[in-house]
Design a binder for this molecule. Structure first.
Ligand code: UDX
Length: 451
């Protein structure tokens, strides 16, 4: 099948590459000429395990093309994906200007019937707006060409995007036209072999499904962070509590890890956007607002523990903190809404310096923060410890999971570890003579506090 994809960000590039991998002919379009020229030379703008070799081999095989020529891409395509960004507006609702700009472009260049697919996470009702926009452009040039707009939200996770795309647990297709659903069923047939993963529904339900999935996951995390904060106060260990509740299959083991808060390009934005949609339609989203408020507070929690350890924020002036992890989660270089950014800002505001290490996000951190005296971006976890008073861990990269605590004890002048992802056993850290502060681990918090 001939496919055009607008937008070569995470969603567009990964989806396009996976569709090419199973034999479709895919043309990826972007307005960013540098990005397209880079992709043509095999330069992948994001870090995503397995993506680079897949892009290169499909590009070399002629199944995956990159262009800024929208007219050419639209002209030859039976299925046209819209996978451009929907950044938050000032009020938190999704900004649809890029989606609608692509819709206009499609309307201007469409020559033959096609199925247009909303892949970006867009508010309920967007498919209708995309349909109206395309229809207006067609009418303006007196073209009578059949098209449908389908919602087919993407559920990929950064760091496992290729895997998620190649082995989806569901493929949601929203349309009222059986022919469009059939078309996408054919397109996705190679991903749908062993049991049927396609869930067909109406457009609005498909649009809401994406938000509901992300909001549900964000809710689980904020709930656990709330429990962790309670555990801290009452002297319980949230890690024990997690094991105690996860074994109930109705609760499950996934997404009940307390920590320094959720970040990334999806959860913060989608929870806010869904809350806005609810409010715009006259429903007060009490739970969604709370999920977001808990997360905002949680992002500052590790800093609160630092302050508790040192007695006062003023005591941080002149301190050097080693920071392990900058990305919002492991296996990505993405720092959007990352908890590390809040911690960095709070530490800097208190007059501390930071020596940070992240296996992938170093360049991204340089891009965001530029050169500054109170930030040294290091090449290794060990280098970050040099001359540091304390260690804070905010991203659970595998390589941070089992450090030599004896070495940490020698390296850190104040002999203290702040763990925003509960990576260590309190007893192991404390046996090396280090104070250990983690999230919701009551007993060690009480001990760390000298009580
Ligand atoms: C998410 C959804 O998982 C994916 O289905 C959707 O398509 C896009 O949004 P992503 O943002 O890539 O994917 O990351 P995810 O792995 O879900 O993690 C999100 C954040 O939640 C991270 O900051 C992570 O550290 C945090 N998290 C996750 C927790 O704090 N606790 C958990 O138990 C799980």
């Amino acid at each position: 099948m001939h496919v055009a994809i607008f937008g070569t960000g995470y969603v567009g590039l990964v989806s396009g590459t996976c569709l090419a991998e199973v034999g479709h002919h895919v043309v990826c379009v972007d307005v960013d000429r540098d990005k397209i020229e880079g992709l043509d030379r095999g330069v992948i703008p994001i870090y995503e395990p397995g993506l680079e070799p897949m892009v290169r081999s499909n590009h070399a095989a002629g199944r995956l093309e990159f262009t800024i020529d929208a007219a050419k891409a639209v002209a030859g395509a039976e299925v046209i994906f819209i996978a451009v960004g929907t950044p938050p507006d000032e009020d938190g609702s999704a900004d649809l200007q890029y989606v609608l700009a692509v819709a206009r472009t499609i309307g201007r260049h469409l020559l033959a019937p096609a199925v247009v697919v909303d892949k970006s996470t867009v508010p309920v009702g967007t498919a209708d707006r995309v349909r109206e926009t395309i229809a207006a452009e067609l009418a303006a040039r007196d073209a009578d060409i059949a098209f449908d707009v389908v919602s087919n939200p993407e559920f990929l996770k950064e760091g496992a995007a290729v895997e998620d795309c190649m082995r989806p647990d569901r493929i949601v297709i929203g349309s009222s036209q059986p022919a469009s659903i059939e078309k996408l069923r054919k397109l996705y047939a190679p991903f749908n072999r062993n049991h049927d993963r396609i869930v067909a529904m109406d457009v609005r339900s498909a649009e809401l499904t994406k938000y509901a999935a992300n909001a549900m996951l964000a809710t689980k995390i904020s709930f656990m962070n709330e429990i962790a904060n309670i555990a801290e106060q009452v002297g319980a260990d949230v890690e024990q509590v997690r094991k105690g509740i996860g074994s109930d299959p109705r609760i499950g083991w996934h997404f009940i890890y307390p920590g320094a808060g959720y970040g990334g390009s999806c959860f913060p934005k989608d929870v806010q956007a869904l809350a806005r949609t609810a409010a715009q339609h006259g429903h007060e989203p009490i739970l969604l607002n709370a999920v977001e408020a808990v997360n905002e507070r949680q992002k500052a929690h590790l800093f609160d523990l630092v302050v508790r350890h040192y007695g006062a924020a003023e005591a941080l002036r002149g301190k050097t903190i080693a920071l392990w992890g900058l990305a919002f989660k492991p296996d990505t270089d993405d720092m959007r809404e990352a908890s590390s950014r809040r911690l960095l800002q709070l530490l800097w505001d208190a007059g501390a310096r930071v020596r940070a290490f992240d296996p992938e996000a170093r360049d991204e951190a340089r891009r965001i923060f530029g050169q500054r005296d109170d930030l040294v971006l290091c090449d290794s976890a060990e280098e970050a410890l040099q001359g540091a008073d304390a260690l804070a861990v905010v991203t659970e990269w595998k390589q941070f999971r089992s450090p030599d605590f004896g070495q940490l004890r020698q390296a850190l002048r104040d002999a203290v570890v702040f763990d925003g992802r509960n990576l260590y056993e309190p007893a192991d850290v404390e046996a090396a003579g280090l104070a250990y502060w983690a999230i919701g681990r009551g007993r060690s918090i009480l001990r760390g506090n000298g009580r």
